[in-house]
Design a protein around this ligand. Structure first.
Ligand code: PLP
Length: 372
């Protein structure tokens, strides 16, 4: 008999819980530079007044109409009724898996992946196959391998493009082939699009999965490309109502509804998404050359597949040092925080983040530490 299973430890968040607020300089963050509330309130003349007079009652379960409208404006076909707001993307991963997978179902998760993508899928009791990509292959997407993994009754595929932690990006042609393979089997696509908008070349931006496939749930958040993780708002968009309804039913047991001030601020931010994402993208693109130059200066230690999107990359450490112990020492002694790859089951790698303003200072500090 199949049963639900205990959730494995979330190693990324455990590591950050230990180090994120004690290390001085962040060099591995997966989000872009955050902003003060005042910056958002300055976007519209009446925003401050609206926030001050907001009543702090419960909000609507799927999200306020204002917020769902603002979210829907980021899609071509998905409308406000196709949107379910969440307490950030993490809740979406939890809810989508637990609402849509039953013990004994088959699902596929790409690897390496953000830890909850694998652990929460497994915790449903479903049988999970990993669609593994590899540094040696330039993190290439092997769609023939995916076709071999897919079964006639595969229930769900989790895919994250642009990708955490490699910064790789699926091509439009591969996206189309992948969706056709899923549509043939009725497989649900849980498409984690939290880095959408941060493609280094804007021509690489993919259509949102929910706009091209009815059985796709597009997952997004203001945590990454918008640099607003403290608002804890994300959403799922899906045009097949029965799928979204099942997720909404389960949300009644987790958060019921979102935070009212956050809903207001996120709707405001989304109305100015081109500007906010544009600023984050400019920071990412400005930080990439000094980071690439640093890695090139230390090519005896690091090799990487240059990222195509997002604010993170995943170099491999060439020597045989204990990467986790080295990252912990670097945090403790130099105050620079890198993320060791063991948290992704890739112990020879290290995650670097380049979406923050302090990148040059962190690199200079790391350079001094390496020379010592
Ligand atoms: C790929 C991916 N999905 C989801 C999340 C969760 O995001 P949120 O902070 O909005 O819960 C993260 C956060 O690191 C992520 O990298």
């Amino acid at each position: 008999m199949h049963r639900r299973v205990r959730i494995a430890p979330f190693e990324i968040e455990r590591f950050y819980e230990r180090w994120e607020f004690s290390a001085e300089l962040m060099l591995s963050s997966s989000d872009c530079e955050s902003r003060p509330v005042a910056d958002l309130l300055a976007l519209e003349p009446d925003a401050g007044e609206r926030l001050q007079s907001l009543h702090l009652g419960y909000t609507e379960v799927p999200g306020s109409p204002e917020l769902r409208g603002a979210v829907a404006s980021t899609y071509d076909l998905a409308g406000p009724d196709d949107v379910l707001t969440l307490a950030a993307a993490e809740e979406g991963i939890f809810l989508a898996y637990h609402a849509l997978l039953d013990p004994g179902d088959h699902a596929i998760v790409e690897a390496p992946s953000y830890g909850s993508a694998v652990n929460l899928a497994r915790s449903t009791g479903a049988e999970i196959s990993l669609w593994q990509r590899r540094h040696e292959d330039g993190w290439a997407y092997d769609l023939d391998e995916l076709e071999r993994l897919l079964r006639p009754d595969t229930r769900l595929l989790y895919l994250n493009s642009p990708h955490n932690p490699t910064g790789s990006q699926l091509s439009a042609a591969d996206q189309q082939r992948l969706v056709a393979m899923l549509a043939e089997r009725g497989t649900v696509l849980l498409s984690d699009e939290v880095y959408r908008g941060l493609e280094h070349d804007e021509a690489d931006r993919l259509p949102a999965a929910c706009d091209i496939y009815e059985r796709a749930l597009s997952l997004n958040t203001v945590s990454k490309s918008y640099g607003l993780p403290g608002l804890r708002i994300g959403w799922l968009a899906c045009r097949e109502r029965s799928l979204l309804d099942r997720v909404r039913e389960l949300k009644l047991y987790t958060t019921i509804c979102s935070s009212a001030p956050s809903e207001l601020l996120v709707a405001l931010a989304l109305r100015h998404s081109a500007r906010l994402i544009g600023e984050a993208r400019a920071l990412v693109l400005g930080n990439l050359p000094p980071l690439a130059a640093f890695l090139a200066r230390h090519e005896e230690l690091f090799e990487w597949v240059p990222p195509a999107a997002g604010p993170i990359g995943f170099p491999r450490v060439r020597d045989d040092r204990d990467v986790r112990a080295w990252c912990e020492r670097t945090a403790a002694e130099a105050g620079v925080l890198l993320l060791p790859g063991y948290v992704y089951d890739e112990p020879r790698h290290v995650r670097v983040g380049y979406g923050r303003a302090g990148l040059r200072e962190a690199l200079a500090r790391l350079e001094t530490h390496l020379a010592a």
